[in-house]
Design a protein around this ligand. Structure first.
Ligand SMILES: NC(=O)c1ccc[n+]([C@@H]2O[C@H](COP(=O)([O-])OP(=O)(O)OC[C@H]3O[C@@H](n4cnc5c(N)ncnc54)[C@H](O)[C@@H]3O)[C@@H](O)[C@H]2O)c1
Length: 441
């Protein structure tokens, strides 16, 4: 058998700009973490690109390099951070207010954080009801505003002598917007920007500006943002990767592990009640029913897709699925996610699973931001454009090509992710068939 051909990948030379719309809890935890790792003060725990390995060839070959040594990723030292926020706080103040990191972990990199000041944002309170922004751009049309973002991107690139850029949306969850005719084609979208159409949210303007400037875009929130034909058309036209949506961190991460287990063993499910308490700004934003609706849609789709009730009506045809998020200030960023899962087994006997995940939201999200930044830059250099389904691993509500059901099962996502890296580097796919170990020569 001939070895597969590796894909041509431009080397990761020069500096990589990581642009973050939204410099709140997740973004500052991410930047502080990367800087701490760069200074040798911490390990990049939770980052699959930095800590993970990948098996190559047969199990008997004993080849399991670190992912970062296998694929040509940008080095952490080559990353330069930038971002926008309607709140003018520098990253030191924002990280202190977010209360994710302890004072001692912020103080030791205070100089670095204080130098990170957000550019004025494209922000409109209509889309995030609970926020009041002062560091905000003005412009006659949404097109004007998006052009200002393009100018920011160009200026940032020149000022920092960057070779390449990527963008990761770490800003608040916007109100729920449904697909409409303005999202159907690039021409319609651009016309609607000029006309200040309400279905064009700020996140879409950032995404459009990024793509117009040759910058891959990743969406960490459940907003529509790039999940519609106009943006996919633009991404393909410009040869750029796009990925989304909504970082898969706490409760949904658990759900996409437990639900496949039930299905793998043909155990039935009658109900799944998920509730969360959290007290950070994200929790406050999600306290608004319109922003919550966006999050709810993102969280609810998971079970339906994994359990396939149409294939297994007896097991999953009558699932009662409820997701709640309650803003509870005393908890800050330390979310508590409870799941009560009512299942049934042999002869229909009921059983229950209870999960109480005392997690830290931004601690789980920060390494995802790093991985997405590095991997979308890799995808760009490898000439991959449009939706990057192999990055579903990182998302609650993965984007997929029209007509395809998204893949939610964490371990299928992981296999897809690692096989894509093998494909890029011209290594054999791993099918886990494994019969060769048992066949006599
Ligand atoms: N932490 C997690 O586990 C997790 C998981 C999945 C998704 N998310 C999403 O990530 C996003 C960030 O979460 P967070 O905890 O950092 O929230 P946060 O409220 O601390 O930070 C969001 C920041 O975005 C800013 N912002 C709002 N609108 C903006 C705009 N138009 N342009 C630029 N900045 C804008 C806000 O001022 C705020 O500083 C949220 O949408 C959240 O739902 C977080």
């Amino acid at each position: 058998m001939t070895a597969p051909t590796p894909r041509a990948i431009r080397p990761a030379q020069g500096r990589l700009g990581v642009l973050l719309p939204g410099m709140g809890a997740v973004a500052t935890t991410f930047m502080a973490g990367v800087e701490s790792v760069r200074r040798g003060l911490a390990l990049p725990i939770g980052s699959v690109t930095q800590m993970g390995t990948i098996r190559l060839g047969k199990r008997t070959d004993n080849r399991s390099p670190k992912i970062k040594d296998f694929v040509p990723l940008a080095k952490l030292d080559d990353i330069v951070f930038g971002g926008w926020d309607p709140i003018p706080d520098d990253a030191f103040t924002a990280a202190t207010k977010a209360g994710v990191l302890e004072e001692k972990h912020i103080a030791r990199i205070a100089d670095f954080l204080k130098a990170l000041k957000p550019m004025p944002a494209v922000f409109d309170q209509y889309y995030v009801k609970k926020l009041h922004g002062t560091n905000v751009k003005t412009g006659k049309t949404k097109r004007d505003l998006a052009e200002q973002l393009r100018a920011d991107i160009r200026a940032f690139k020149a000022a920092n002598k960057l070779d390449r850029l990527v963008m990761v949306w770490c800003a608040s969850t916007e109100i729920f917007i449904q697909h409409s005719e303005v999202h159907a084609s690039l021409a319609a979208f651009e016309k609607a920007m000029e006309a200040n159409h309400p279905d064009i949210a700020p996140s879409m303007l950032y995404a459009w500006a990024a793509l117009m400037e040759g910058v891959p875009f990743n969406n960490g929130a459940p907003n529509l943002t790039v999940d519609f034909p106009a943006m996919q058309e633009l991404a393909r036209q410009k040869g750029l990767p796009i990925a989304g949506k909504d970082f898969k961190t706490g409760q949904t991460l658990m759900k996409t592990v437990l639900a496949p287990m039930l299905k793998a063993r043909m155990l039935g499910l009658s109900g799944w009640y998920s509730t969360n308490i959290l007290g950070n700004r994200d929790g406050e934003v999600l306290d608004d029913p319109e922003s919550f609706k966006t999050k709810e849609e993102s969280k609810l789709g998971v079970l339906e897709h994994i359990l396939q009730p149409s294939l297994y009506p007896d097991l999953y045809g009558k699932v009662y699925h409820k997701v709640r998020i309650n803003y509870y200030p005393p908890r800050g960023d330390n979310k508590e996610g409870w799941d009560n899962i009512d299942i049934f087994g042999w002869l229909g006997y009921p059983m229950q699973i209870k999960v109480d995940f005392l997690c830290r939201d931004s601690i789980l999200a920060a390494p995802i931001v790093l991985d997405l930044a590095l991997l979308s830059d890799l995808a760009h250099r490898a000439g991959m454009s449009g939706i990057q389904e192999w990055l579903s691993f990182y998302f609650k509500s993965p984007m997929a090509a029209p007509g395809l059901t998204p893949e939610h099962d964490l371990f299928i996502q992981q296999t897809k992710f690692k096989n894509t890296l093998r494909y890029l580097m011209g290594e054999d796919q791993i099918t886990h068939l494994g019969l060769e170990y048992y066949q006599s020569a």
